[in-house]
Design a protein around this ligand. Structure first.
Ligand SMILES: Nc1ncnc2c1ncn2[C@@H]1O[C@H](COP(=O)(O)OP(=O)(O)O)[C@@H](O)[C@H]1O
Ligand SMILES: [Mg+2]
Length: 582
């Protein structure tokens, strides 16, 4: 579906962004108008100079005209300069606002949105689309308004000067319209091809780089090369098509405007027998040149308009995306730590309506209790954790924290009570210390170091040249998997949560850090309610109670010994995992 060149609703919303900088927009318009009027005045003044002063050898009058012309030139210069700078400024301000709004939206959106949406799409929204909109504002719509205005002023000037000559000059307009229509169609298909090929090139490049290990290991570099070459060829041929169109269009326009001048020169003088003055001819030639220039620019802008409208559509769609998880009107704020009592009461949940994940799930965890969640992959363990953190809301039943429905808590406060250590740790660009505090200013470096010491990460950090100030390189090659795990423990510990959750946090630990991690976990759990999802049976043995999950149902519950003696799901799991873990 190709969007329109101009969509009133989209424009209206864009205008709302412009309105935030109304003064600036008005100033831009004033300078634009000033520049246009002054530049249309110039040929007229020259005409007057030639026809009235040069022709009559009136040196004094000529002097005045030249001075006036100088003043006008200067004025036009200043207007053009200020207009060019300010219109870009306006565009940048818009870009700034729009980007901030988009990031805020991305931060507000709930997990279900990200489940449905590819990351690349959101990135395109925030970068390319916003840029396309900026271009539309500062180089598109304002210029087009300016140019259209100029066309009107020029036409008026021509008619006022000599309406018969004006009519003659306009004879070639149908030719111009025809050439433009053909040009537009041709570059539209051309650019569509360029965009498509460009996307293909990016995708292939992206895949090649992220999948470089697989490409090398499986010897499939040839295929990557081939498909890349194919996309490049598409790009080339599509691009050449636009080049041909441009190369043809501009000379044709020059031809058309020159044709107008020829018509005026010959036909006007001979056939109509008009008495035309030299200055008038000069002014007309200047106006004809001026007249076709803006039209030409307009034709060029069509593409920009179309992609800007498509971009605006996407950006606003993202901004309009409903936020499914938000605070209730009278959310309870919690300033102190909760006791940490957790209860699931007849919880039903599904990510998609047609496939239920948790079915009539009920359990209770006492304050300070340590509970292990076990079950086959896909049985719903991680889902339970996401629900407790309110990354998703349940469809029926209730989840209680200290006997209060979690939906009644302020979201921020709720998540503040719970620290979740996920299986894979994400490191942000920044220093090691900042990766523990996650840039929270209220967490002191003292706290960071204490937490790091308690989870035995401190000794590794001290060995680094810059210690806690060491920058975490992209992808965090600085730390081993085990050390990253310790870092995520420190991240949790430094927040002093009431509840701690480990979601397969020890799954990819190397044997060098294993002992440290066992000990770190003990420090982490001290005095807290804990939910532990683990492969490692040694970790599970140390808990108070084990909940066994199967296909979203709680099927068994008890300690290791009683569950083993039941010879049920837990027994099977144990038999399987006994071989896997040591
Ligand atoms: N974001 C999601 N969207 C849709 N389905 C999901 C999502 N996350 C998990 N699931 C599905 O929910 C089920 C339970 O997943 P999960 O809670 O991750 O299991 P576990 O942690 O026990 O391995 C699985 O069938 C999984 O495919
Ligand atoms: Mg999981």
């Amino acid at each position: 579906m190709a969007p329109k060149y101009l969509d009133i609703n989209l424009l209206r919303r864009l205008l709302r962004y412009v309105r935030r900088h109304l003064m600036l927009a008005v100033v831009v318009l004033v300078f634009m108008l000033g520049f246009n009027l002054l530049s249309v005045l110039q040929p007229y003044l020259i005409k007057v100079g030639i026809d009235e002063h040069v022709a009559n050898q009136d040196l004094n009058g000529l002097q005045h005209i030249v001075l006036l012309l100088g003043g006008i030139l200067l004025g036009a210069f200043v207007c053009q300069f200020l207009f060019s700078v300010l219109v870009q400024w306006l565009g940048q301000k818009l870009l700034f606002d729009l980007r901030l709004d988009l990031l805020q939206k991305v931060l507000d959106l709930s997990s279900d949105y990200f489940d449905r949406t590819a990351v690349g799409k959101i990135l395109t929204n925030v970068t390319n689309d916003v840029e396309a909109i900026r271009e539309f504002i500062s180089e598109g719509i304002v210029t087009v308004i300016a140019e259209l205005l100029k066309v009107v002023i020029i036409s008026a000037a021509m008619f006022l000067l000599n309406y018969r000559l004006a009519l003659l000059a306009f004879i070639t307009i149908p030719l111009f319209v025809l050439a433009t229509a053909l040009f537009r169609r041709s570059i539209r298909t051309g650019f569509r091809g360029v965009r498509k090929a460009n996307a293909e090139i990016n995708t292939t490049l992206n895949e090649t780089i992220t999948g470089i290990r697989e490409i090398k290991l499986f010897n499939v570099a040839g295929r990557a090369q081939q498909s890349f070459a194919g996309h490049n060829r598409h790009y080339l041929s599509a691009y050449l098509r636009t080049v041909h169109s441009y190369a043809l269009y501009f000379p044709i326009l020059t031809l058309v405007s020159n044709l107008s001048m020829m018509i005026i020169l010959f036909y006007g003088h001979y056939a109509l027998g008009m008495t035309v003055k030299v200055g008038e001819i000069f002014a007309f030639f200047a106006y004809i040149n001026m007249f076709f220039m803006p039209l030409r620019q307009l034709a060029e802008k069509f593409n920009m308009f179309q992609s800007a409208m498509a971009a605006a559509e996407r950006v606003f769609r993202l901004l309009d995306e409903p936020v499914s998880i938000r605070n209730q009107p009278a959310a309870v704020t919690v300033s102190q730590l909760v006791n940490g009592e957790i209860e699931f009461r007849n919880v039903e949940f599904s990510y998609n309506p047609d496939s239920p994940i948790l079915k009539d799930l009920s359990f209770r965890i006492r304050p300070g209790e340590r509970v292990a969640l076990v079950g086959h992959t896909g049985s719903g363990k991680t889902t339970i954790i996401s629900l407790l953190n309110r990354l998703y809301d349940i469809q029926s039943g209730s989840i209680l924290l200290d006997s209060q429905d979690i939906r009644r808590y302020d979201l921020h406060d709720l998540r503040h009570q719970i620290a979740t250590v996920p299986q894979d740790v994400f490191l942000f660009t920044g220093k090691l210390g900042e990766n523990i505090s996650l840039f929270q200013p209220e967490i002191s470096s003292q706290d960071i170091e204490t937490a790091a010491r308690q989870v035995h990460l401190d000794r590794f950090i001290r060995m680094l040249p810059l210690g806690y100030d060491q920058n975490v390189l992209e992808e965090g090659k600085l730390l081993s998997a085990g050390q990253k795990q310790l870092l995520s423990f420190a991240r949790a510990l430094v927040r002093r949560p009431a509840i701690i959750i480990l979601d397969e946090a020890t799954a990819n630990v190397d044997s060098a850090t294993e002992q440290l991690i066992e000990d770190a976990i003990q420090n982490l759990l001290k005095g807290r309610t804990a939910i532990i999802i683990a492969h490692r049976l040694s970790t599970i043995r140390a808990v108070d109670r084990i909940l066994v999950l199967d296909h979203g149902r709680l099927v068994e519950e008890g300690n290791h010994e009683t569950l083993m003696s039941r010879r049920g799901v837990y027994h099977d799991l144990y038999q399987m995992q006994a071989f896997l873990s040591n």
